[in-house]
Write a protein that binds this ligand. Structure first.
Ligand code: ZN
Length: 481
């Protein structure tokens, strides 16, 4: 058969190509970047450069109206763009200024742009959506007595905003939050160029990060807060956010931070970000969290009087240490979580040791005695078991805290304190504002030790049982080969 006219031929070809597009694209599905512990977290094919998040807050029962603008670059040609997003209603989506189709698949929001986007191309995604603060307990927005805070670790940022929700893809953030007048909004980073702007009954606040940040470390505090300013080492701006009514009472704790930073800087070098402070929230989280530049603490840690001062300070140092270990240097995969928690626990324990309250050696000996049990329950430090379904923070087991600080102790025992200190300093310098994993750590440790430490470290990192502790035969454990 022969087509009778160019016009008919063109019409047929156009119809065929439409059919082709419809036929080729499979149903949208949730994708991930291959994290062993969170297979559907993150998304392939693009690198986010910046997030611009706008939220309008009314109260804790009303979903916030939100606009998320993502600037990214494609790493491959994309017919579809997956974002992680699970806890809001999407009104519209645009890709490079053109409306895009959107559908949900699992915890992914799948965009189909009008035209495929080529490899290495700029990608500007705009999603108008709500962000639902209700349904607490799984992370994301955390209700406080006077507003909201955020706790996104490990995989809950996408309950708040559409994103590439994996720490391997860090980006710059801008936050624009409108809240009823009388409430104070603070987010990671520094205030925007314009001061908070009051319009009628609401005030608009802007913040931006000066360093790239993982989605899990985003923080937005909305509440009846006092913002307390101070100065840390080398003129570092300090900024704490506390319930306004408790400011006086909390002040002695806030005054500790400058000394904590100086103490950390003596050990690992300059604080890596633009500012620091604690966010003390009247909330029940069951944890503190190292949200970048503004660590989140439960009010009860400071107020209920049941914790000794040295313990509270050591916990403050733990979150502060994360600013270097976990925030500035982010884990490449969630199996590298031990690098975050092992180091934060190490400096927490070292600080307590320095206060003369709980010696590092005793803490490590006690950890050693439990380590096999922890490994049986949670897996080896650098290959932990996935968290059970429904337990969002089930990954945060003793094996990645004291069970992993034990690896650092073993390493220091093996190579000496001087080489160990050099590793710590180089780690946070060479991977500043970046991402690193277990293999990077083993490589760096080997360089500083002047010999390949793979055979020494691998059983500590991946063994089902705990190796012998160098220098402490009296601790028991297996005989050294
Ligand atoms: Zn921690």
């Amino acid at each position: 058969m022969q087509l009778t006219s160019p016009r008919l031929r063109a019409a047929l070809l156009a119809a065929a190509s439409l059919t082709l597009v419809a036929a080729v694209l499979p149903p949208p599905q949730a994708l991930g970047i291959g994290d062993r512990l969170f297979p559907e977290l993150g998304n392939p094919g693009y690198d986010v450069l910046s997030y611009d998040l706008s939220f309008a807050y009314k109260d804790n029962r009303t979903p916030l109206d939100a606009v998320t603008v993502i600037n990214a670059r494609t790493l491959q040609a994309l017919d579809r763009i997956n974002l992680d997003f699970s806890h809001g209603t999407v009104a519209s989506a645009e890709v490079n200024g053109v409306p895009a189709q959107f559908e949900s698949a699992g915890e992914d929001l799948v965009l189909t742009p009008a035209r495929p986007v080529g490899e290495g191309a700029p990608l500007r995604i705009t999603v108008r959506h709500t962000s639902d603060p209700r349904g607490s307990g799984d992370g994301g927005w955390v209700p406080t007595e006077d507003g909201l805070a955020m706790a996104n670790q490990a995989d809950a940022a996408h309950r708040v905003f559409p994103c590439n929700d994996h720490p391997a893809d860090k980006a710059l953030f801008t936050f624009r939050v409108t809240a009823p007048a009388g409430l104070t909004v603070v987010a990671n980073g520094v205030p925007g160029a314009l001061p908070a702007l009051r319009t009628g009954s609401t005030t608009s606040w802007t913040y931006r990060t000066l360093h790239p940040m993982a989605t899990e470390l985003a923080q937005v505090s909305i509440g009846r807060s006092a913002v307390v300013h101070g100065t840390g080492p080398h003129g570092l701006p300090l900024r704490d956010v506390v319930p306004a009514a408790d400011r006086q009472r909390l002040d002695p704790w806030l005054k500790k931070t400058a000394g904590h930073i100086a103490w950390m800087e003596e050990r690992v070098g300059r604080y890596p970000f633009e500012n620091y402070g604690v966010l003390i929230a009247r909330a029940t989280t069951g944890f503190e969290l190292e949200t970048q530049t503004l660590s989140l603490f439960e009010h009860s840690l400071f107020s209920d009087g049941s914790y000794p001062q040295w313990y509270v300070e050591a916990v403050m140092v733990h979150e502060l240490a994360h600013q270097w270990f976990g925030d500035s240097v982010s884990p490449r995969t969630w199996s590298d979580l031990w690098l975050n928690e092992g180091h934060a626990t190490w400096y927490e324990a070292l600080y307590a040791d320095g206060l003369g309250k709980y010696s590092l050696e005793r803490r490590m000996r006690e950890a050693y005695q439990r380590s096999d049990q922890w490994r049986a329950a949670g897996g080896p430090p650098a290959a932990p078991k996935a968290s059970p379904p429904g337990e969002k923070i089930g990954l945060f087991r003793p094996v990645v805290y004291d069970g992993s600080a034990l690896i650092l102790y073993a390493l220091r025992q093996e190579i000496g304190a001087a080489a160990f200190d050099r590793i710590e300093r180089r780690w946070v310098t060479e991977h500043k504002d970046s991402v690193a994993g277990t293999e990077d750590f083993v490589r760096l440790a080997s360089q500083e030790a002047g010999r390949d430490l793979t055979a020494f470290l691998n059983p500590w990192l991946y063994g089902k049982t705990t190796p012998a502790m160098p220098g402490h035969p009296e601790w028991g454990g297996p005989k050294k080969a």
